[in-house]
Design a protein around this ligand. Structure first.
Ligand code: DX5
Ligand code: ZN
Length: 221
């Protein structure tokens, strides 16, 4: 069976006891944490910043944490999040004045680098960046909120990106973010996803985290 990772999006976690909730979801079987940063400018929602990440590291969270920047400002936040303990920093290319420079900055601070593509963002952003990126994050909902429906035209996009990656023979991971649940997960993995970002399906289900994650894995054939 193909290898894939489940990234728990803490946008749907309990912010009143975030450290404990993250420990619980990791113990339940999530492979890594997805940290959704929203600034109320690029997207209408507002979440958390580098100080929260630092607190989680201080609390003892040692898992990989992918930081997903849904912010108009990119470079300043790259530095702050890298210093606060991010393992990977992913930004939306339309928010950077100089994409190559932002990618280099992430590398300079010792993190993995990723580009996030909104549902309608053109794939031309991949033309000159593949040598510097470790992750491509395809948004399967419009960014800003948890609990939205997966947009079906994204299957085609996953396939297109996978083709580009296969032709370039590199180790870039393909991450899919938004609206993933037990009904679409198998198709998404079979289309080529390596990382599945999931919030509601893990945190807002009636079952325990462990039961939800076990169920998710059972649906992937
Ligand atoms: C949306 C975020 C996602 C989202 C995933 O802007 O980037 O990470 O919270 O949550 P679900 O799984 O609920 O769509
Ligand atoms: Zn995200």
């Amino acid at each position: 069976m193909k290898k894939y990772l489940i990234a728990a999006s803490i946008l749907s976690a309990n912010f009143a006891c975030l450290g404990q909730d993250i420990n619980n979801v990791l113990t339940a079987g999530a492979d890594l944490i997805h940290f959704d940063v929203m600034d109320n400018h690029y997207v209408p929602n507002l979440t958390f910043g580098p100080m929260v990440l630092q607190s989680l590291r201080d609390y003892g969270i040692t898992s990989n944490i992918d930081v997903h920047l849904m912010t108009k400002s990119v470079d300043n936040l790259i530095i702050s999040f890298a210093k606060s303990g991010a393992n990977c920093i992913i930004f939306h290319p339309e928010n950077s004045y100089h994409i190559d420079r932002s990618l280099s900055l992430i590398k300079e601070y010792g993190c993995k680098a990723g580009l996030a593509l909104n549902p309608t963002t053109s794939l031309h952003y991949l033309d000159y960046t593949l040598d510097k990126i470790d992750i491509i994050l395809i948004m399967s909902v419009n960014p800003g909120f948890a609990g939205q429906l997966f947009l079906p035209f994204i299957y085609k996009k996953i396939k297109q990106v996978k083709n580009i990656l296969n032709h370039n023979n590199n180790n870039i991971l393909l991450s899919i973010d938004g609206g993933i649940n037990i009904n679409n997960i198998n198709k998404i993995v079979n289309y080529g996803a390596d990382i599945l970002v999931m919030g509601s399906a893990i945190f807002n289900n009636q079952h325990s985290y462990i039961k939800n994650i076990q169920l998710i894995r059972k649906y992937i054939k």
